[in-house]
Design a protein around this ligand. Structure first.
Ligand SMILES: *Cc1c(COP(=O)(O)O)cnc(C)c1O
Length: 386
């Protein structure tokens, strides 16, 4: 199905690509559990020959992902980290350098600082909220600009239009981790970014039941090296997991809209509590990146971070919550409370966390579909157990 110019974005999530099985008209794309495909005429190349190189269920998902962010093509991988691996290694070789957002996801931090140096690829972290700092970090051997916005877990906003231009001016490939806003609230390729990646485990899947990653490329030239890594390194998403993601994506608009509405209510409530030291949510007018994000995105997301007055308070709260799930991860229909210093950012040395302002009394709350009053009551009661 092609994206009709008259179709609104919410409809295009459902009908912009791969909305029906071509063979039967089924509204749910079948799970093709096939490792290999009969080749009718060995002198001709056929679309599907081996399951790592291509699978019809995965293809339906990849078309859906490309449509969501207006890319030329997309690739479904076995995790968000596999997506980051594919997107970055598609464009670097030994001797190359990467400029990256300073407060990125802990796994991306480990990939850049621990893994890539083994292959001769170096990096510089910069505070990308200031584009001048990014420019200053570019070296003659810089090949890739790796951004994450809103950043993790402090939700700092990077100017993606300015960074897309810097990347063009310096001949760099720009890659952004767009997990936190999801395609529903941000479509970076429209703003000139080359490649967008997602931990599809989070908002795209949305139901805390699948680990998956996505890479979306703006042009055929950018897609081809990513496809090469996907097929060569082989971290493809299985047909079953591709189906789960297709199913999750169908409710993306409804989930994101409702969860964001609740995020506003909870963030505004948190701001008024004496035991809360600070609240980080880009939807709040007081957030330093609010106006910038308003101009470059369709929303602010569903993640709210906040600092408690003391570490004892944090411990009491985390121990007592009943509705909130204390866990790693975000983006599910259940609200998830996580402790960055011990969970997502444990791979980062304590001194680096301190430098970035990720304090030991910081909590990150991913808002789900529960009633806002119940989330607030759970936080209120738990914080007062101290
Ligand atoms: C979770 C996450 C990742 C890693 O994704 P996995 O699916 O866990 O491999 C990358 N970036 C961000 C922002 C994340 O939240």
């Amino acid at each position: 199905m092609t994206n009709s110019p008259k179709m609104h974005y919410d409809s295009s999530i459902l009908h912009g690509a791969a909305d029906r099985d071509e063979a039967t008209g089924a509204l749910s794309i079948p799970i093709y559990n096939a490792s290999t495909f009969h080749q009718k005429d060995i002198s001709k190349r056929q679309e599907f020959d081996y399951g790592r190189s291509g699978n019809p269920t995965r293809k339906a998902l990849e078309e859906t992902l490309a449509n969501l962010e207006h890319g030329h093509s997309a690739f479904a991988l076995s995790s968000g980290m596999a997506a980051i691996h594919a997107a970055i290694t598609a464009f670097v070789k030994a001797g190359d350098h990467i400029v990256a957002t300073r407060d990125i996801y802990g796994g991306s931090y480990r990939f850049l600082t621990g893994f890539l140096p083994k292959f001769g690829v170096s990096h510089t972290f910069v505070d990308t909220t200031d584009p001048n700092k990014t420019v200053a970090a570019i070296l003659p051997n810089t090949k890739v600009m790796f951004l994450e916005s809103p950043s993790n877990p402090l939700l700092k906003i990077t100017d993606i239009v300015a960074h897309a231009k810097i990347a063009k001016d310096h001949g760099l490939i720009s890659i952004i981790d767009n997990t936190f806003l999801s395609p529903y609230y941000c479509r970076p390729l429209v703003h000139g970014i080359d490649i967008s990646i997602h931990s599809a485990t989070k908002f795209l899947g949305g139901h805390s039941d699948v680990i998956a990653g996505a890479v979306i490329a703006k042009t055929p030239e950018l897609a081809s090296p990513v496809h090469y890594v996907q097929n060569t390194c082989g971290a493809v998403l299985s047909p079953q997991d591709s189906w789960l993601l297709l199913r999750g994506i169908k409710t993306l608009a409804a989930r994101m809209t409702h969860q964001q509405k609740t995020a506003f209510i909870v963030a505004e409530w948190l701001q008024k509590q004496a035991w809360v030291k600070s609240v980080y949510f880009p939807g709040l007018k007081s957030h330093p990146g609010h106006d910038l994000l308003t101009s470059q995105a369709h929303g602010y997301g569903c993640v709210v971070s906040f600092e408690t007055d003391t570490i004892d308070r944090l411990n009491a709260l985390v121990k007592s919550v009943k509705i909130l799930t204390v866990a790693v991860s975000l983006g599910g229909v259940e609200s998830i409370l996580s402790y960055p210093a011990k969970m997502s950012h444990a791979a980062m040395p304590a001194s680096t966390r301190a430098e970035l302002g990720i304090s030991d009394s910081l909590l990150r709350l991913s808002i789900g579909l529960e009633d806002a009053n119940d989330i607030i009551a759970d936080l209120d009661t738990s914080a007062k157990t101290l």
